[in-house]
Design a protein around this ligand. Sequence first.
Ligand code: SAH
Length: 357
Amino acid sequence: MQIWWDDRARALGLRDGQALADELGLKRYRVGQLYHAAVKELAGEIDAITVLPQTLRDELHARAFPFDTVAPNVVQRSSDAQTTKGLFALRDGQEIEAVLMEHHGDRNTVCVSSQAGCAFACAFCATGQAGFSRHLSSSEIFDQARYFARTLAAQGRKVTNVVFMGMGEPFHNYDAVLGAVALLNDPKGFGLGHRHITISTVGVVPMIDRFAGEGLQVNLAISLHAPTDEQRGAIMPVNKRWAIGELMGACARYVEQTGRKIFFEYLMLAGVNDRVEDARELARLMAGRLYHVNLIPYNSTPDAEFQGSEGAIVDAFQRVLTAAGVPSTIRHPMGRDIAAACGQLRAQTQPRAGASV
Ligand code: SAH
């Protein structure tokens, strides 16, 4: 609750939640009521919180209290109705994306953004190509999940999983991301179990070590995407900072320390990383550890420099992994018709920096 309240105070230009409570003359239990209404009852607006006196509701309005830190600008639903993508405005006008994926009614996964833009510039990623704008606060991350929780609640359903796979690099905004995890997890609040949360990183080695020490049951995914430094460096500039050897070293330490599995994401890019030889190299990196590979069909970005691999190539690639004893899953692409991959929707509304329009 503290994080939620502090973030709101800071959005109003105050030092922390205590300063805001003092200014409003609020007792702690009132803050508790606001928090409860927001994260448990999933109230849509301050006026719906009838347990608060009208005078207080008026005062919160008068101060433009940020009950919600994200506002949906565009919401698109895929033709099969399984993927819903939202483009959200932050209070300073920045735009971010979040996606709800409904897996046949039994799992409802929200993919959240941790930053407006991204500093890592992966060649295949629409967000990376557009550059970095700013970090999000814990509440700005959390409120993306809250938005979809509210829309699901109207049908008596819940958010069952949250993945940090939207715009931005979670480990480049470590404290706010862990704060968002705390808000998602709060047993007195949103109440989502750690095991239902996944953080995906481009491979920020020092933060993988730090994360290993947190003692959280949160899942970790690594965007590997290529098995050699030469190939990875060509599509992911981060590899020049932390090469594959260093990255795999941190992953081994993580598994050793936590006993938890790591998921490796591997985008299948035609002619770039999808040869049988690449699968063999990948199998070597994965050998003998608690690792799982997710083979991801590539979603073409607007100025598509890359093509996704053919289905038969993906199958052949997986067969090499399986023969080597490496567990893997071919991910089912979702929401292609609504530009659901990282940064794609925003890229349609905001031309990338430097692009001629
Ligand atoms: N920065 C983090 C999380 C954000 S991206 C990371 O790198 O893991 C989440 C995943 O989507 C990453 O694996 C990313 O490489 C992948 N991705 C980016 N663009 C994509 C595209 N056009 N199609 C499919 N996956 C994409």
